[in-house]
Ligand binder design. Structure first.
Ligand SMILES: [Zn+2]
Length: 595
């Protein structure tokens, strides 16, 4: 058996012992009794109490409930009636943070805008119209609302995903700004009337629209207010003789819509048993762990995890190694593992995945969803889940989290016990290795490779006049950094089994600092103390913070004075990227010179 850095028996790969799937299942049954456990409700309080009571009984675990205020929204009613060419009342549910209508409602002509991204509005006059968009993550609901509102649409109607005959009405919110809002954020919440309808009714309207003008009336009422959270947390301290001053964060949202089984009672249940296994092995883990059962998930837009980052900022900045997101576990019928994770973690994840699931997951860049409040501060993000084949997704209107997502249909029959077990093992193994390996197992050469790909894509897409000499400077700096990282990696490999020497500690400090410098600059578009908006589409683009401005430049006339202002912003954002690379190289060089 392999030895860990404490010289004790390491926890076995695949974790053959310890993970109690019967207990996981029991937690799911209990937690899914607390349906629609939305912020500020009795049900979330009951679920929180269940979680904290369970955690408090585990030896070596400190559990508590974080209480803080955040902005959320509650549904009062919605009404949707087709007036022409025929009369029909359509089942609906308000999108939370919708604008309220006058009591008599608003009327207008309907138009269909497909995914509802910026392209969908090209050549269409949406002003004063009721726009119908499909639900998908491209772009997410909040971006559809923002884009509809800047196109002056009167209302946004979101047709659920799922099969064409599905009458399930989804639920969601359009707040967009991430976390508890600042006064500036309050101004950026999309102002538009919005509701949800089923895919069945959406397809019916599309059929009507194919040959007639369709007129409808909409009424929506929601109530927005600041509520106090109920956010269970726990901490497991290493009981190893020489613990490291570092921290791994594991989180999953507790606030949940509808039946809650797969989203996210299953994830919460997996986390509870992970805590148990980790606490039982406190003498073998080298780093502390914090588990967060986030409140304010989809309505407050990751209010719980954002509050956690804002309020534990200094400690996270100093010692945060990684954030592992536990969500969408055990979806029945799922077969494809997809991972939205920071590139520097990919090689590490693949090693674990090959052992647990037999092959690597499909890797994607981390985006602004799934409680990823960690991009600004610069802590690597890990979120792997199993979804459906491309063919199945096409049939279900891209229902990546299942057609039952955010509805009362999210019941126990949607949970596959075997898949849940595999995902639970995968999360546990990720976290065990992160907690037990002496050297933080991240490789920044994957990061630099992606920056080089980004440079090539920007060159392809935009005029040299706007991108040079900056891109060449970034390229030179990234090549320089890559060489230094190769040298750092050699030393990291040598330190793999030697926790006791100060060199290992220096390697880890260096890797954590690289995360803090590179992630906010290259994978976020805001400063390191702030949060990008939910689903920010630019995070999927090359060099997001400059792409965002380049995209605006292409749409702005040179005669327009904002064209020059955009050029000023562009220069500053390029400077930020170059500066980040210079700083990263500087700390690598200093480290290499010292040893
Ligand atoms: Zn979820």
């Amino acid at each position: 058996m392999s030895k860990d850095a404490c010289g004790e028996d390491r926890l076995g790969h695949h974790n053959k012992s310890g993970f109690d799937m019967d207990a996981v299942w029991r937690h799911v049954i209990v937690l899914s009794n607390f349906t629609d456990r939305l912020a500020g409700t009795e049900n979330i309080e009951k679920a929180s109490n269940y979680i904290v009571n369970y955690l408090e009984k585990i030896g070596g675990v400190r559990a508590w409930i974080d209480r803080f205020y955040f902005l959320t929204s509650y549904p009062e009613y919605s009404y949707f009636e087709i007036l022409e060419p025929e009369s029909k009342i359509v089942n609906s549910f308000p999108n939370l943070f919708s604008e309220n209508t006058p009591p008599e409602g608003v009327t207008g002509d309907l138009i269909y805008v497909g995914s509802g991204d910026e392209e969908s509005y090209r050549g269409i006059d949406a002003a004063g119209k009721l726009v119908l968009a499909e639900l998908s993550y491209s772009p997410p609901r909040t971006e559809k609302a923002r884009i509809a509102s800047i196109n002056n649409a009167k209302a946004l109607i979101i047709m659920n995903w799922g099969r064409r005959e599905s009458r399930t009405v989804g639920r969601g919110a359009i707040k967009g700004v991430w976390g508890p809002p600042t006064p500036e954020d309050m101004e950026r919440i999309p102002r538009i009337i919005s509701l949800n309808i089923s895919r069945y009714d959406g397809e019916y309207i599309r059929r009507l629209l194919s040959h007639r003008r369709v007129k409808a009336r909409i009424k929506v009422k929601v109530e927005n207010k600041w509520v106090c959270s109920s956010q269970p947390m726990c901490r497991i301290y290493s009981a190893c003789s020489q613990p490291m001053d570092e921290l791994i964060i594991v989180g999953g949202h507790l606030e949940a819509w509808g039946g809650t089984v797969t989203d996210n009672s299953a994830g919460n249940a997996v986390m509870l048993e992970m805590v148990k296994v980790l606490a039982e092995n406190r003498s073998k883990i080298l780093r502390s762990l914090v588990f967060g059962f986030w409140d304010g998930h989809e309505i407050g837009e990751a209010a719980g995890s954002a509050w956690f980052v804002d309020n534990y900022w200094v400690e996270l900045n100093e010692g945060g190694v990684a954030y592992v997101n536990v969500d969408a576990c055990g979806l029945a019928g799922a077969s494809r593992f997809v991972s939205y994770s920071s590139p520097e973690t990919w090689a590490f994840l693949e090693e674990v995945e090959k052992e647990v699931i037999g092959k690597p997951s499909e890797k994607r860049l981390p985006l602004k969803f799934g409680d990823n409040s960690f991009l600004g501060i610069g802590i690597p993000y890990i979120f792997t889940f199993a979804t459906f084949t491309e063919e199945e997704l096409k049939k279900s209107g891209e229902a990546v989290f299942g057609w039952w997502y955010h509805s009362e249909e999210d019941t126990i029959d949607k949970l596959d016990r075997e898949m849940l077990g595999i995902q639970a093992k995968l999360y546990l193994e990720y976290v065990l290795r992160l907690a037990c390996e002496a050297v933080v197992p991240f490789d920044f050469t994957q990061f630099t490779r992606l920056v080089k790909t980004d440079i090539a894509q920007i060159r392809e897409a935009f005029s040299k006049e706007w991108t040079e000499p900056y891109l060449s400077r970034i390229e030179a700096r990234v090549n320089e950094l890559e060489i230094l990282i190769y040298e750092v990696n050699k030393i990291a490999r040598e330190c793999k089994n030697s926790r006791e020497n100060t060199l290992t500690k220096s390697v880890n400090k260096l890797l954590l600092t690289l995360s803090r410098i590179l992630i906010p600059a290259f994978r976020s578009t805001v400063d390191k103390y702030s949060h990008d908006v939910y689903g920010n589409i630019f995070l999927a683009k090359p060099l997001p913070r400059v792409y965002k401005i380049l995209a605006s430049l292409t749409k702005t006339s040179r005669e327009d004075w904002t064209w020059h202002a955009l050029k000023v912003s562009l220069t500053r954002q390029f400077n930020m990227l170059i500066d980040a690379l210079i700083n990263a190289s500087f700390i690598c060089r200093t480290f290499l010179n010292r040893i």
